[in-house]
Design a protein around this ligand. Structure first.
Ligand code: HEM
Length: 186
């Protein structure tokens, strides 16, 4: 059978796994006590964990935007027979994952912008302030740092559920869903 019926195209697979690695690495490097350390005068550019966390997070956002464009124009994805409830559950989890992949980095930008902290990235890139966020009504709506932490933890739970579902398809249903995201065997 033609592999386009059983497997995602190469770019979709590459973007999927790169995003997964970047999200996990960003989560592991999530800076604890960031607000307190900033109030104590920390320059975040001097902390490699913070610089890596923010760079990986921005990479996640860029990869997600690129994936959304690719999803609109890519070859048809493989489809699998499954009960309606399973199809709905998988669509719901994937929809939420897409939303979180954008909401987590956006909430991070709102955290930095509303609290007046710089964005510090690899290569010495630094954005000292984001007046369009600081001066907008959204800045004072909530504690965006807490929202970001909550969403950052939630995306890991959701990714865990997504992975358990993929393993269930592979080990129990043996229906090729997990294999569709891996390179086709020659
Ligand atoms: C998918 C990407 C991301 C994930 C999974 C993620 C996850 C997290 C988590 C779990 C924390 C809390 C760490 C803790 O308290 O132990 C955190 C904190 C933080 N993250 Fe992210 N993050 C992501 C993207 C970003 C981006 C793009 C930026 C910068 C633009 C960023 C900046 C921050 C900052 C400044 C904090 C400290 C917030 C505070 O305590 O006020 N993160 N992140």
């Amino acid at each position: 059978m033609n592999s386009s019926h059983t497997h995602y195209d190469t770019l979709s697979r590459a973007l999927h796994w790169l995003t997964a690695i970047a999200v996990i690495a960003a989560f592991i490097l999530g800076p604890e006590h960031f607000g307190r350390e900033m109030r104590n005068g920390l320059d975040p550019a001097t902390r490699i964990d913070i610089v890596l966390h923010e760079s990986l997070g921005i990479l996640v956002m860029a990869l997600t935007l690129l994936r959304l464009v690719w999803v609109a124009v890519r070859p048809a994805k493989p489809s699998f027979d499954m009960p309606a409830w399973m199809h709905i559950a998988s669509k719901a989890t994937q929809g939420l994952l897409w939303l979180m992949l954008l909401a987590v980095p956006v909430s991070a930008m709102l955290t930095l912008g509303s609290e007046g902290h710089p964005l510090t990235l690899l290569g010495g890139i630094r954005v000292n302030d984001m007046p369009f966020i600081a001066q907008s009504a959204i800045a004072d709506m909530t504690d965006w740092g807490e929202v970001h932490e909550l969403l950052g933890n939630a995306i890991m739970w959701l990714s865990g559920l997504h992975s358990v579902a993929a393993i269930y398809h592979h080990r129990i249903l043996k229906d090729g869903v997990l294999l569709s995201m891996l390179p086709p065997r020659s």
